[in-house]
Design a protein around this ligand. Structure first.
Ligand code: DUC
Ligand code: ZN
Ligand code: ZN
Ligand code: ZN
Length: 489
């Protein structure tokens, strides 16, 4: 925890460019990026020769300290963030769940939950009902509280799910505020039907989870949300894209010029659904998340879509429950708390799977794990870049160093890990967050309360060219008619 750090001799990677350079940090800010920086003895020097120096990861999708499905996630802000830092992620954006539908009350509850944060964080807000108060609160959150994104669940019938009329109101409101609408895209009515059918067939185990909500329901909801966003003419962000069905809809919309962002998550990119058929409930249940992890083939297709730019950034949907909590659904898969880990593993697994295999370059890696997220949520180049003036959130990754993932050594509070036993190459050896060395020599040195709430302003680049008023829209229509009525003859 030094206030002055020099990172010497590494390959500095940004989303558009990489170069051999030193990086000098003072008081939490990157001050210089250039070759051969000379400093005095008081400066902590880190040798990065042969290693990559990159912006810390930004995870756009986490659930920490969330009350959900009759329990609460085992990782709170502190443990989840400690795990993140050990894995090279230096900022995350968490989803605020309203309190009895009240947004500002929900925001205040999450302010309390996140008070002891040890890394920077931001918030998205979920919308679960619609009335004047919600509409008013959205404005307060955007204008005063630093929130520029709102999430609509098209699944979870009976609790979080919104119907199309509410989604339309929400999309219009988002557009007028310059906020980004996000969707969890599964058809909740059909999922409910599918679950009933499984139980009637006597399929009560974790495999019933996958069988009850197949890719076609994700494709339908994704297509519907995209079309409604086009009708309103506002950008749309599809969270946890898990299937080819959903990805194809995003590809088609983007090709037509619509502003649609697709976020795959690590579990969907790397795992497949065979685990849900494991005879051991403890193993099978840890893979239960929604939308479900899909059959072999979907993951690779999503990886390809990331490499070609059809999908733009990688999240985790980190939402952890330990094996006792998962056992709430021992006799009924509908009661297994949905969620998997990934906050600590994301940077490692994406490097190994996509850069290590030669699918993408180091610059692409930085873009999909950090820079694009910062751009979308309008905090670039403060975040997502190694540039003079940016926050000193930096990782040093050794491409030749190996690791093995295990719940025995991870930093999450969960007693399981969906990547248990997985080995990989390319290890984050140092994490610097807010100018502090917080991860070095396999050791965490986190400081409760040192993390800052990052306000995210509205009208990101996604709104370029989108008119707030209907004036242009009207003039773009075929002219309406001044009509007369004659007598029938
Ligand atoms: N899916 C999960 O698996 N957990 C949290 C919420 C969600 O949509
Ligand atoms: Zn979701
Ligand atoms: Zn498999
Ligand atoms: Zn989620």
């Amino acid at each position: 925890s030094s206030t002055r750090i020099l990172i010497k001799g590494g390959t500095v990677v940004n989303a558009h460019h990489q170069q051999l350079a030193d990086v000098y940090v003072e008081n939490g800010i990157i001050v210089a990026v250039q070759p051969n920086i000379k400093v005095g003895d008081e400066v902590t020097v880190l040798d990065a020769t042969g290693k990559f120096v990159m912006p810390g990861g930004i995870d756009p999708h986490t659930h920490l300290a969330m009350e959900f499905m009759g329990t609460e996630t085992i990782d709170d802000f502190f443990s989840g963030q400690a795990a993140a830092l050990a894995g090279g992620t230096t900022m995350h954006i968490d989803f605020v769940i309203p309190v009895n539908g009240n947004l500002v009350a929900g925001f205040e509850a999450y302010e309390n939950k996140s008070r002891e944060s040890c890394m920077d964080y931001g918030f998205h807000m979920a919308i679960t009902k619609w009335d004047e108060g919600v509409s008013k609160d959205m404005e307060i959150l955007v204008k005063e509280k630093g929130i520029n994104s709102f999430k609509f669940f098209l699944a979870y019938k009976g609790s979080l799910m919104v119907t199309d009329d509410l989604l339309l109101e929400g999309l219009k409101r988002c557009k007028s505020l310059g906020a980004l609408a996000m969707v969890h895209a599964e058809n909740g009515d059909a999922v409910f039907e599918g679950q009933k059918r499984m139980i009637e067939l006597g399929i009560t185990g974790p495999e019933g989870h996958a069988l009850s909500r197949p890719p076609v329901l994700e494709g339908e909801a994704t297509a519907r949300a995209i079309r409604l966003a086009r009708f309103v003419n506002t950008p749309l962000y599809v969270v946890h894209v898990m299937s080819v069905d959903a990805m194809d809809e995003i590809a088609k919309a983007r090709k037509s010029g619509q502003k649609v962002i697709g976020e795959p998550v690590v579990s969907g990119l790397i795992l497949d659904d065979h685990w849900l058929w494991d005879p051991d409930f403890t193993i099978a249940s840890k893979y239960v998340m929604s939308p479900p992890i899909r059959p072999v083939g979907h993951g690779k297709a999503l990886q390809d879509a990331l490499s070609t730019g059809i999908l733009q950034l990688v999240g985790t949907d980190h939402c952890t429950f330990n094996s006792t909590q998962k056992a709430l659904g021992l006799d009924d898969f509908r009661k297994i708390p949905n969620g998997v880990n990934g906050l600590e593993e994301r940077m490692h697994l994406i490097w190994d799977t996509m850069v290590g295999s030669g699918q993408i370059s180091a610059t692409d890696y930085v873009r999909i794990t950090s820079t694009e997220c910062a751009r979308i949520f309008n905090i670039y180049p403060r975040k997502g870049a190694i540039l003079a003036g940016s926050d000193a959130d930096i990782i040093i990754l050794n491409p030749n160093s190996s690791y093995e993932i295990s719940s025995k050594s991870h930093h999450s509070r969960s007693d399981t890990n969906v990547y248990e036993g997985r080995r990989g190459k390319g290890k984050v050896e140092v994490t610097i967050a807010g100018g502090r060395i917080v991860w070095e020599n396999e050791e965490l040195k986190v400081v409760p309360g040192s993390g800052k709430y990052i306000e995210m302003p509205p009208f990101s680049y996604l709104f370029d060219g989108i008119e707030k008023s209907d004036a242009n829209y009207l003039s773009s229509l075929r002219a309406p008619v001044k009509r007369v009525r004659t007598e029938a003859t």
